[in-house]
Write a protein that binds this ligand. Structure first.
Ligand SMILES: Nc1nc2c(ncn2[C@@H]2O[C@H](COP(=O)(O)OP(=O)(O)O)[C@@H](O)[C@H]2O)c(=O)[nH]1
Ligand SMILES: [Mg+2]
Length: 350
């Protein structure tokens, strides 16, 4: 019987692909939007590997230059040589910055973002959920306390995979069932990357709305001023005062007005617009990101030592650290344990 990921592992062990490409197989299988798939295919084709190999060549050459000098300890690195080395390392550091710039975006694009709808009972959270999904997924009535369990669905918002959760309204209630559902709402709130705070715009702000503001004000928030089809009773300016950094968008779950603005608001918060095909993020995996950050710190430390005219041995030491981090991304000399944990996430047949 084949083990999980056995075929990919064999391709990797036999040097047909490197580890970034092997890991890309998982991204391809799990991608939930077209743009996530594009980025995964790019990784599979070896776009990151190519850049890492050229970085490695640069670092190896720099290290070689220093090590040649170390054989003649009485001679310091010549100023000319020092300047050249510094320039080379700066270039490498810049290249690492370029790769890392999009990493956060790339990882989110693969893994999706957790968005939670919160608000007082009857604000229209469930109606908004249904609007997002374009069908009556959740029960909606005019009786408050209709939603009790957390309902979660995945949807695609402008190419961003979003896990959207509808929750019970947050109130002080003596009812045991309601207390339990409020507890669930609060748990979802803790895990969310973004809070959609739904307010019934046709009523003045209530005490329970204000209590919710206190719970969420340190989070990333979009305020959905709902029921904009009715006469408005809440000044958007008032909300901005309460939550200065939150985005405020008028919507109507009933008519669908404002939904496009809301969707754009969500995707822009994380992606500054739609991810374009010609500028795919290169780093889409957290393991790669962390190792490249390690590599970057080592290169920066090496540069610092060079500038302070420190020991060349120390520069060489940092460059070796940087090279080790790059090798780990590519999967060279990784222990069985690390490989095992990576490939265990594959399913059988891949
Ligand atoms: N006029 C109007 N009514 C709405 C709107 N959104 C929700 N409602 C009504 O508000 C009531 C509560 O909605 P619901 O989605 O269950 O609120 P929830 O308790 O926050 O989940 C229902 O009677 C909905 O039909 C809206 O945009 N406009
Ligand atoms: Mg509801």
């Amino acid at each position: 019987m084949a083990d999980p990921g056995e075929f990919t592992l064999r391709a990797f062990s036999n040097g047909r692909i490197d580890l970034t490409q092997a890991e890309a197989v998982l991204n391809v299988v799990h991608s939930r939007t077209e743009s996530a798939l594009d980025a995964a295919l790019n990784l599979l084709k070896g776009s990151l590997s190519g850049r890492l190999v050229s970085l490695r060549n640069g670092l190896t050459a720099a290290l070689g230059g220093i090590e040649a000098g170390l054989d003649f300890p009485e001679e310091d690195l010549e100023p000319l040589e020092r300047g050249r080395l510094e320039k080379e390392l700066k270039k490498i550091s810049q290249e690492l910055d370029d790769l890392l710039e999009d990493a956060e975006r790339g990882i989110r694009q693969q893994e999706g973002i957790n968005v939670v709808l919160v608000g007082s009972p009857n604000a229209g959270k469930s109606s908004l959920m249904n609007r997002f999904l374009d069908y009556e997924r959740v029960l909606v009535t005019h009786i408050s306390g209709t939603t009790r369990d957390v309902v979660q669905e995945t949807l695609n918002i402008n190419g961003v995979p979003v896990r959207l959760a509808d929750t019970a309204g947050i109130t002080d209630s003596v009812c045991v069932i309601e207390q339990a559902s409020v507890q669930r709402s609060l748990t979802m709130l803790d895990q969310a990357d973004l809070v959609l705070f739904v307010l019934d715009g046709s009523r003045p702000l209530s005490d329970s709305d204000r209590a919710i503001v206190e719970k969420i004000k340190t989070r990333k928030i979009i305020v959905c001023l709902n029921k904009s089809d009715l006469a408005g009773k809440i000044e958007p300016g008032k909300i901005r005062k309460l939550m200065p950094v939150a985005l405020v968008i008028k919507v109507s779950a009933l008519s669908g007005n404002g939904m496009n603005e809301l969707k754009t608001g969500i995707s822009e918060l994380f992606f500054k617009g739609r991810i374009r095909k010609d500028e795919l993020p290169q780093v889409i995996n957290l393991r790669h990101k962390q190792l490249l950050e390690e590599c970057q710190s080592a290169v920066k430390r090496a540069l610092g030592i060079l500038r302070d005219f420190g020991y060349e041995e120390c520069v060489a030491f940092e460059l070796r650290q940087a090279l080790d981090a790059l090798s780990d991304v590519l999967g060279e000399d990784l222990g069985e344990e690390v490989l095992g944990s990576i490939f265990s996430r594959f399913c059988i047949g891949k």
